[in-house]
Design a protein around this ligand. Structure first.
Ligand SMILES: [Zn+2]
Length: 140
């Protein structure tokens, strides 16, 4: 038991030495690892070689980034990744809100596509879009 603890602590300090100065992980790497898992699951489920090859490329890329010493470049890559995925994440958050919100109904303005939120259970109401002033009649 004592010996196992010593071995683990030794491994831990070796790993810390090995990782010191290296970039480590970030949101882009997390996304790459998730992509790797999805691709390798698809690869083994469909026994399709291309998925396994892509999974291998993705995991090599993730390790390359994690072990890299070029912090500035890796941080810039992560920043670009966050900027590109922000609109998608915002839409997913909105969708989750709409699906879980029992107090409101959501409509889209037919004219400017603005999302309109109205309280539920008020019967038939007239909604005026705050952006383009188009008025629509809907059941709340
Ligand atoms: Zn509108």
């Amino acid at each position: 038991m004592e010996q196992l603890r010593r071995i683990l602590s030794d491994l831990g300090s070796r790993l810390r030495r090995f990782m010191s100065g290296r970039y480590g992980t970030d949101q882009l790497n997390l996304a790459l690892l998730v992509l790797y898992l999805v691709l390798s699951l698809l690869g083994s489920a469909a026994s399709f070689f291309l998925f396994n090859l892509l999974a291998l490329i993705v995991v090599i890329l993730a390790f390359f980034r994690m072990l890299s010493f070029d912090h500035d470049r890796r941080a810039r890559e992560n920043q670009v990744f966050l900027e590109k995925t922000e609109p998608l994440l915002r839409r997913l958050r909105q969708l989750r809100l709409r699906l879980t919100d029992r107090q409101h109904r959501y409509y889209r303005c037919p004219c400017c596509k603005q999302m309109l939120r109205v309280p539920r259970g008020r019967g038939k109401i007239t909604i005026i879009c705050p952006r383009c002033r188009t008025s629509i009649e809907r059941r709340s």
